[in-house]
Design a protein around this ligand. Structure first.
Ligand SMILES: CC(C)(COP(=O)(O)OP(=O)(O)OC[C@H]1O[C@@H](n2cnc3c(N)ncnc32)[C@H](O)[C@@H]1OP(=O)(O)O)[C@@H](O)C(=O)NCCC(=O)NCCS
Length: 163
């Protein structure tokens, strides 16, 4: 397997101007268009880390903390928080900037789990991630706890489904 990688090797920041095609019926930005961007940037970060095909296995609860308006610049920052074996958590921070005032508001944070797939379409091991800064180490520890909770929830769901 490839050697461990640093968080900064796959991290990304993108900015998108919110245009009329991003509007909901009230004329603000539609949550679904933000979610699409979240899944896109997180998936690219996951693929850059794993350097193979990845699929979204889960998206944790996401709260929209404040509305985003047309004409705002949406800024998404994404990085790998934690790698288990074939899966990894990518965190995405979403800010909205008012271009006239420069005021930036945090709109939300999302945590997504991606699973790397080999050429046979089955989960395949990926390089570990090495957190280096204090913030990266904190995110790593928190992501590990979230994974444990996620797996417990998944197990519960499977048990309920099985009756
Ligand atoms: C994600 C998927 C590949 C996992 O397949 P699986 O047969 O459950 O695989 P495994 O049980 O071997 O688990 C593989 C890894 O995925 C993780 N995983 C599986 N389901 C998960 C879930 N719902 N949330 C978080 N992690 C999950 C496991 O913890 C494991 O991680 P690890 O190897 O790092 O310990 C499979 O459920 C799938 O293809 N789902 C559809 C994905 C998709 O199409 N997404 C696009 C949106 S539709």
């Amino acid at each position: 397997m490839e050697k461990p990688k640093q968080v900064k090797e796959s991290a990304l920041e993108i900015a998108r101007l919110m245009m009329p095609e991003n509007a909901n019926t009230q004329g603000n930005v539609y949550g679904g268009s933000i979610l699409r961007l979240v899944d896109e940037i997180a998936g690219v970060v996951a693929a850059r880390h794993a350097r193979c095909n990845v699929v979204t296995a889960s998206l944790d609860r996401m709260d929209f903390l404040s509305p985003v308006y047309l004409g705002n610049l949406l800024i998404l920052k994404a990085s790998v928080n934690y790698v288990a074996h074939t899966s990894m958590e990518v965190g995405v921070k979403i800010d909205a900037e008012d271009l006239r005032t420069g005021r930036r508001i945090q709109t939300g944070t999302a945590y997504l789990t991606f699973v790397a797939l080999g050429d046979n379409g089955k989960p395949t091991p990926i390089p570990k991630v090495i957190p280096q800064t204090a913030m990266e180490r904190l995110r790593f520890r928190e992501a590990k706890l979230r994974r444990e909770q996620r797996l417990r929830d998944l197990e519960e769901k499977r048990k309920k489904k099985a009756g």
